[in-house]
Design a protein around this ligand. Structure first.
Ligand code: APR
Length: 308
């Protein structure tokens, strides 16, 4: 049977995710938004592109949740993006309100779907969606780590003048400022990064990755990044729909893993048809554990504000 993915929010991230997903022929895509006409227009435009790129993905836009029924995956990008000078945390209350509007309707029509959350502040919004949905924890996944590690991989590849395909990166923790990259588990063609770069260079690239979202907001001025975020969503969608058992860094609801309980934090997850099928645990150094704890504390502060 054909797979169905709904993307809630047909703005920059949502529409571009629909584009990547349809172009990869992963699923039929339904775009939904509150702005009348926009999801219909973008959906139709994408549908009309399919004969040119020779893909049989059906794309449609709507404002009616009944049209999203029986989706395999629902990607939630609804929300307000950052403007220059804003942190992701500044979006907390407004995007939580949007999450309250969206999640119930999504769940009503697609009670068996897997949710991928993209709206920021990511970890807190994933936690809100988890609580609002009542889903088991394997079916609510936050997109952050794939994006953060892609940014790091791009910078490493650029620095060493090697293919991005050779570079793997390992990141833990919350999205952005409190991200915890683990250079010793980041490799170039299997060679640990510290063998190829001095600490100062690694630190510089890590900092650029932490500020990666803000760097783009500064250029765009009216919004935030969307090509890489939506490509990250697409990699997660592919891993789930093809049951690839792919290990990707995602925000997951932890129940004791890494010593963290009852909180969404970025960790390596095995993604397959059941969503998060496993959380991969590794032994951390005391410094790495402290950085992860700090990251978890930052998420905890945010979820306390919105009471989820
Ligand atoms: N239901 C459905 N769609 C909504 C709702 C809602 N209740 N509220 C807002 N939207 C829609 C907006 O109408 C808009 O089309 O969400 C879309 C958001 O699109 P953009 O403003 O282009 O923002 P985008 O760059 O896509 O970012 C969306 O993802 O990366 C995060 O921080 C980013 O939280 C932000 C989200």
């Amino acid at each position: 049977m054909r797979k169905k993915v709904t993307v809630v929010g047909s703005g920059n991230v949502g529409a571009t995710a629909a584009h990547w997903i349809a172009a990869a022929e992963l699923a039929d895509v339904t775009l939904i938004d509150i702005i009348e006409g926009v999801p219909e227009g973008k959906g139709l435009d994408l549908l009309e592109a399919m004969p040119i790129i020779k893909k049989d993905s059906y794309v449609v836009g709507t404002e009616n949740y009944a049209d999203t029924a029986n989706s395999d995956i629902v990607v939630i990008t609804a929300g307000v993006p950052r403007k220059p000078g804003m942190s992701r945390d500044d979006l907390l209350n407004i995007n939580h309100k949007i999450m309250k509007d969206v999640v119930g309707k999504v769940v009503q029509y697609s009670p068996d779907c897997i949710l991928i959350i993209v709206s920021n502040p990511l970890d807190a919004m994933a936690q809100a969606a988890y609580k609002l949905s009542g889903f088991s924890r394997n079916r609510v996944i936050g997109m952050a780590g794939v994006l953060d590690s892609a940014r790091f991989r791009a910078f490493v590849a650029q620095e060493l003048k090697v293919s991005v395909e050779n570079v793997t990166a390992f990141v833990l923790g919350g999205h952005g400022d409190t991200m915890v990259p683990l250079p010793r588990y980041s490799t170039v063609a299997g060679i640990p990064l510290p063998e190829l770069m001095d600490k100062a260079t690694i630190d510089r690239l890590v900092q650029r990755t932490r500020d990666g979202g803000a760097e783009i907001v500064k250029y765009l001025k009216t919004g935030s990044a969307y090509y890489a975020p939506s490509a990250a969503v697409t990699e997660m969608v592919e891993a789930i729909l093809k049951d690839k058992k792919k290990i990707l860094p995602c925000a997951a609801y932890l129940e004791g893993e890494y010593g963290i309980n009852g909180l969404f934090v970025g960790v390596p997850c095995k993604l397959g048809s059941r969503g998060i099928e496993d959380v991969i645990q590794i032994r951390l150094t005391p410094e790495e554990q402290a950085a992860l704890d700090k990251s978890a504390a930052a998420v905890k502060e945010l979820v306390a504000v919105i009471g989820v």
